[in-house]
Design a protein around this ligand. Structure first.
Ligand code: NA7
Length: 547
């Protein structure tokens, strides 16, 4: 397909020109490639830093890693054939199975031939005259494209805290987001783990099984609900295979894109006994379904407080040592205000003889010594291995790590100095023809990711098709539309308890110096889908389209 309004002379000296460049070969990048190449007939190249497909699953191979969406909802729905031929083995698959799935998708649709692996993007600069994005890789190659799609994932830039002394540590250290593919042998080792988010809560029980000793360094105590993982029964697998439409309909109607709806009941509309019974049942069911026990758990502080009481009591019931139980239950934020972890035996792990908990809010880490970790009180914890389960520079980190410049050399860093400003989470003013898949300003991390990804990728594909059919060459949002969307993102967050967790990565609070802005759109996936569809139906209202 011919490109419109491109100064070919300006790009002919480049090593390669494409209609579209996609950065990242995870769930988003793979589907974006398929849509643009096979449905629109565009020339497309995907640039991927890893040696294979998989995105977040390629890097996050730490012990205990599992998806926290149910497997039958953590997959693509665009192909009936793919849906029917793939059978998940477990309710919450781990990286090997998800990687098998994504490789299967890539092979089935012959995607790998258009992916350049081991290719890290350093910069992407928009050339207004030529109307192209000029993308440079770490080894200095350059390619150009009319459209640039960032499919870089929300949790790809590891946050290794700047703790003095790490360089001189004589043991080994690892961040969970860059886990060695050959694995780590904890046998007989004294392990220190920093971080008790979703990742740390998954990793600790598995590390404790083989380590000589595990010391958990907890800064913020966290809620967790049992995942209740297990193999899928043949009956359930058959039901999945035959009910794609129904499952997809539910996911599209659900606030968070999961294959279940929130209860219609309000937490305080029932008696304490009834409430207790509903929570008990939700606890037994386990997983993120717990959050759906009542309709208003994330919109009412009073409702949320009932869940808090229940969940803290569970911790005290499970953990035998009352001092440890108290540290674990000393949680300072509403339930689900931070991403709610789900676990397999997390709290039970603290009943093991080889596991200790250190409250580093009470006694912060002072430094890492050659032999281990030292806290402010002077206590020394000798260690052979330190595991950083310390999360990511979420949502914006991977975008800002690249030198992205739009019109008039405006850098994305500068445009987002006060936080990620964009229009419906898809485009940034001053950055024509650049689209973000599940970036800030969209439901993304508050949603079951494949659902959010399919919606974004299909919207972007339709938008590009529209431009080309109409003989248009550029699209970018109007400033006023951006202002209005930023206000809507803030209003949606403030209608929930989510911004109350002041240390949440949703707010960028885990990264020193990062602006504190609630980044994802908390108005619900179903509502957001309608907003995006209406924008497109109204001739891309809020966007400037030009030849
Ligand atoms: P999270 O949820 O950001 O958790 C990181 C954990 O690491 C959390 O307990 C942090 O404490 C702790 N942390 C971060 N920096 C430090 C320092 N400097 N010192 C001590 N402790 C620290 O990341 P995860 O990888 O667990 O999960 C990310 C997402 O992946 C998750 O939401 C799912 O969507 C999947 P804090 O709470 O900041 O006090």
């Amino acid at each position: 397909m011919a490109t419109t309004s491109i100064d070919k002379n300006a790009v002919k000296s480049e090593s390669s020109h494409f209609d579209a460049l996609v950065i990242g070969a995870g769930f988003s990048g793979l589907y974006q490639l398929l849509c643009l190449r096979d449905r629109l007939g565009l020339s497309v190249k995907v640039l991927e830093a890893g040696a294979g497909v998989g995105g977040t699953w390629y890097w996050n191979r730490y012990p205990g890693a599992r998806c926290d969406s149910e497997s039958h909802s953590y997959c693509y729905t665009f192909s009936e054939d793919l849906w029917k031929e793939w059978e998940w083995s477990e309710k919450y698959p781990g990286p090997p199975e998800i990687m098998r799935y994504l490789n299967h998708v890539a092979d089935k649709f012959d995607l790998k031939r258009d992916i350049r692996f081991n290719t890290k993007v350093e910069s992407a600069h928009y050339d207004e005259k030529a109307n192209v994005w000029r993308v440079t890789t770490a080894i200095g190659e350059t390619c150009t494209a009319q459209f640039l799609i960032t499919a870089v994932g929300c949790l790809s830039t590891a946050n290794v805290p700047d703790i003095p002394g790490l360089d001189a540590f004589q043991g080994k250290w690892y961040h969970t987001g860059h886990w060695p593919h050959e694995g780590v042998d904890f046998n007989g080792k004294r392990v220190g783990q920093i971080g008790t988010g979703s990742t740390g809560i998954q990793a600790a029980p598995v590390i404790a099984e083989t380590a000589r000793h595990l010391t958990m360094f907890q800064r913020t105590a966290n809620y967790s609900v049992p995942a209740r993982n297990g193999p899928l029964t043949p009956e359930f697998s058959h039901w999945i295979r035959d009910n794609k439409d129904e499952i997809q309909k539910t996911m599209r109607a659900a606030v968070n894109g999961h294959p279940f709806l929130l209860s219609e009941t309000l937490a305080l509309s029932v008696t304490p006994q009834e409430r207790e019974a509903i929570y008990e049942k939700a606890w037994e069911t386990g997983g993120l379904r717990f959050r759906g026990a009542f309709r208003d758990l994330v919109t009412s502080n009073e409702a949320n407080a009932t869940a808090v009481t229940f969940l803290k009591r569970k911790i005290r019931e499970i953990v035998k040592d009352p001092v440890t139980a108290e540290k674990l239950a000393n949680i300072d934020h509403p339930y689900a205000a931070k991403r709610p972890p789900i676990d397999t035996d997390y709290f039970e792990t603290f009943n093991r003889d080889n596991v200790d908990l250190v409250d580093i809010r009470a006694d912060p880490i002072e430094c890492i010594t050659p032999a281990g970790i030292r806290t402010k009180s002077g206590a020394d914890y000798p260690l052979d291995i330190i595991v950083f389960a310390t999360g990511f520079d979420g949502m914006t980190g991977s975008l800002l790590k690249m030198d992205i410049r739009g019109r008039d050399d405006l850098s994305l860093k500068k445009a987002w100095a006060a936080g990620p400003r964009n229009y419906i989470g898809l485009q940034v003013a001053g950055f024509p023809n650049m689209f973000m898949v599940t970036g800030p300003g969209s439901p993304s991390v508050l949603c079951n990711m494949p659902v959010a990804i399919e919606q974004h990728v299909e919207w972007i594909t339709d938008c590009i098709a529209h431009l080309r059919n109409a003989g248009l060459a550029r699209i970018e949002p109007e400033e006023e539309a951006v202002d209005s969307w930023v206000a809507q993102v803030n209003a949606a967050a403030n209608a929930t308890v989510l911004p109350q967790a002041k240390h949440s990565w949703y707010l960028g609070a885990n990264i020193p110096g990062k602006p504190r802005v609630f980044m994802p759109y908390a108005g619900g996936m179903a509502h957001y889908r309608k907003i995006c569809a209406d924008v497109a139906a109204n001739n891309y209202q809020g966007f400037k389209l030009s030849a």
